[in-house]
Design a protein around this ligand. Structure first.
Ligand SMILES: [Zn+2]
Length: 129
């Protein structure tokens, strides 16, 4: 089984398709751009067997659902489809970007630590677990 670098509930940056390098912006009452934030998403499921993850609102796929019971309607629904885990990176709030991580043992526990560097070259060191 492949080791996954992300797990359910993680906040990630997705580097695939439409979501690549997207930013979400906020507007004030006059419609002026006030804030630019990196677009992040939440991991809702991981599949180590396939090396894939399902990320909330990313990679929507249309699924045709047939009515099975009386009163139900056949419809096309949007479902979250899996994306390759290698296309997502953990989001580090200190670095404000998707980052690589490494494992450090802190107080006897394995912790995922941000491998990013600050502007002055010192390690970020943000702990994810
Ligand atoms: Zn960081």
């Amino acid at each position: 089984m492949a080791r996954m670098h992300v797990k359910t509930g993680d906040i990630v940056v997705v580097r695939v398709g439409d979501y690549k390098d997207k930013w979400k912006t906020s507007e004030d009452k006059e419609g002026n751009e006030t804030k630019k934030e990196r677009k992040t998403a939440k991991v809702i499921a991981v599949s180590p067997e396939e090396g894939k993850v399902i990320v909330e609102n990313v990679n929507k796929a249309s699924k045709h659902v047939k009515a099975r019971r009386q009163g139900e309607q056949s419809a096309i629904v949007k479902v979250d489809a899996p994306v390759y885990a290698c296309k997502v990176q953990l989001y580090c709030p200190k670095c404000d970007k998707g980052v690589r991580t490494h494992i450090e043992v802190i107080d006897g526990k394995k912790v995922r630590v941000c491998s990013g560097k600050k502007a002055d070259g010192t390690p970020c060191g943000h702990q994810f677990d």
